[in-house]
Design a binder for this molecule. Structure first.
Ligand code: AMP
Length: 217
């Protein structure tokens, strides 16, 4: 299955991707995760993108497009399908992605739009905590780690993303509305968009999605 997951920050794209990866084995490609890894390893790319990521702005299109091109040309996992999370975020990225995937003869099958409202995403993101090691996602109120600061799954360190603070969240939402909303229309025009109400809890979202995949909706 070849999927794009769209939606504002905090809509639950990462949580859904990890569910679909476990359930259906679809490889998960998150540009945010790739960029954070580069920053953690202090590579030249990591240094180049740090200011954008930490302020909640967008990394320039050509930089992220190159990342995806490299990923797809070096990774034979594309044969098992893919699930893009956090990419494309602009119309330029969406058009370049289509060109790349058409060349590879692996076009996007479906685009899942996780539609979540601003108050819900703010609550989710300010309480969100992530395992530095395995990427498991927690929430301080709804789903805290059993032992503070320690991941239930792997014992890794649980931390708060520096861009998950209220001011940066507002910037990310503004950036999303200006740049990523047009991407939703772009895929709607292609007849590939499936909208899911993502204000609900993750289990309900997962059930809706499995129904879509099974053709029940
Ligand atoms: P995410 O983990 O998807 O919330 O991404 C975290 C940050 O990485 C974003 O706020 C951007 O600064 C950067 N980023 C991730 N994906 C992209 C993209 N497709 N285009 C531009 N910037 C991106």
């Amino acid at each position: 299955m070849r999927l794009v997951l769209l939606g504002p920050p905090g809509a639950g794209k990462g949580t859904l991707a990890s569910f679909l990866n476990k359930e259906l084995g679809i490889p998960h490609v998150s540009t945010g995760d790739i960029l954070r890894e580069e920053m953690k390893n202090n590579t030249s790319l990591g240094q180049e993108v740090k200011q954008y990521v930490e302020s909640g702005g967008l990394v320039p299109d050509e930089v992220v497009i190159k990342l995806i091109e490299n990923k797809f040309s070096s990774d034979c996992a594309i044969d098992k399908g893919y699930m893009l999370d956090g990419f494309p975020r602009t119309e330029v990225q969406a058009k370049d992605l289509d060109a790349l995937l058409n060349d590879l003869q692996k076009p996007v099958d479906q685009v899942i739009y996780l539609d979540a409202s601003l108050p819900v995403v703010i609550k989710r993101l300010t309480g969100r905590r992530i395992c530095r090691n395995c990427g498991a996602i927690f929430h301080m109120k709804n789903n805290p780690p059993k032992e503070e600061g320690i991941c239930n799954e792997c014992g890794g360190e649980v931390y708060q993303r520096p861009d998950d603070n209220e001011e940066t969240i507002q910037t990310r939402m503004d950036v999303y509305l200006d740049n990523t909303k047009p991407v939703i229309e772009y895929y709607e025009d292609q007849g590939k968009l499936k909208k899911v109400d993502a204000d609900r809890d993750s289990q309900e979202v997962q059930e809706s999605l499995m129904k879509i995949f099974n053709g029940d909706r």
